[in-house]
Design a protein around this ligand. Structure first.
Ligand code: F6P
Length: 320
């Protein structure tokens, strides 16, 4: 394969730049021409495409966000949009495409694969919601950002003897809440995958306070099924404890990627080029038990992400 493209799509995540850098430099090293496609599928349909050289991706390894910009495209969801995007790739002579994004973005890649484009998907999302890979690019950085916030919020919650509800991202997947809750010593975690029992949670907060706990930290994933505002008011009303809400929002999507995210991005980027060099069929790359692994793209997207129930239960045990 002589000419490949790379794009980032959906919500950005720390490490996307490291992945782009790896694809561009490994591709050039293999004698390929590498084209950057700006603003995800939207930019692809608009022909926002230019050749990248080694210098174009200099000094980005450590930067959050994505130099290629990103977008969520309604138009690309239509048959017409997808046909247009595939035609644009053909016009530019781009035979293989690396898509860096989450579930929706890789599904978009699968739509192009059905139209004859060889697509390699890299898991770029803070949500960790892809079933075929242990981790996604950006998840580790996002959880570390949440942990830093918990540590700071804990100080002031303790001084004021308050309960604090911290809302984290994760529309369909509770992994950010779960990992941050376990590593951050939360009293309770509410996630989309497990039915939440607010009564039990309130009882636990009261029991903790009765035996001398200075504060309680509750992590609510945005997709848990209960709004953080309502949760905060309910806890305050039922426990009688001063309860505050902190919504971390887009803070979680920024920042310099951690070692783990840089490694994952760099290694999956290199693997993508290796596959395209060999004219591989469309694949999704991730890690399984810490090793880089490639799956058939469609099969990978059928793998459902399971929540780690033992981890959830352990939060309950540790915070009794
Ligand atoms: O998909 C990643 C994510 O950060 C989700 O956790 C969040 O729900 C969503 O993106 C927010 O999307 P937007 O950037 O469109 O507000």
């Amino acid at each position: 394969m002589k000419r490949i493209g790379v794009l980032t799509s959906g919500g950005d995540s720390p490490g996307m730049n490291a992945a782009v850098r790896s694809v561009v430099r490994c591709g050039i090293d293999e004698g390929m021409e590498v084209y950057g496609i700006y603003r995800g599928y939207e930019g692809l349909m608009d022909g926002e495409i230019e050749e990248l050289d080694r210098n174009s991706v200099g000094d980005i390894l450590q930067r959050g966000g994505t130099i290629l910009k990103t977008a969520r495209s309604e138009k690309f969801r239509t048959e017409e949009g997808q046909a247009h995007a595939a035609a644009m790739l053909n016009t530019f002579g781009i035979e293989g495409l690396v898509v860096i994004g989450g579930d929706g973005s890789l599904r978009g890649g699968a739509d192009l694969a059905r139209r004859g484009i060889r697509v390699i998907g890299l898991p770029g999302t803070i949500d960790n919601d892809l079933g075929y890979t242990d981790y996604t690019i950006g998840f580790d950085t996002a959880v570390n950002t949440v942990l830093e916030a918990i540590t700071k919020i804990r100080d002031t919650s303790s001084s004021h003897e308050r309960t604090t509800v911290i809302e984290v991202m994760g529309r369909h997947c509770g992994d950010i809440a779960l990992f941050a809750g376990l590593a951050g010593g939360a009293e309770g975690v509410l996630i989309p995958e497990i039915e939440n029992d607010i009564n039990e949670l309130c009882k636990k907060i009261v029991m903790g306070a009765n035996r001398g706990k200075q504060h309680s930290i509750i992590i609510n994933a945005e997709g848990s099924g209960i709004s953080s505002q309502e949760l905060t008011e309910t806890i305050q009303y039922r426990t009688g404890k001063d309860t505050r809400l902190v919504v971390l929002s887009y803070l979680q999507r920024g920042g310099s990627p951690t070692l783990r995210d840089r490694m994952l991005a760099t290694l999956t980027g290199a693997k993508a080029v290796e596959l395209l060099k060999d004219d591989s069929d469309s694949k999704a790359i991730g890690t399984v038990d810490g090793e880089i692994a490639a799956y058939d793209l469609i099969d990978a997207l059928e793998q459902k992400r399971e929540i780690d129930r033992a981890m959830y239960d352990l939060i309950g045990v540790l915070s009794k």
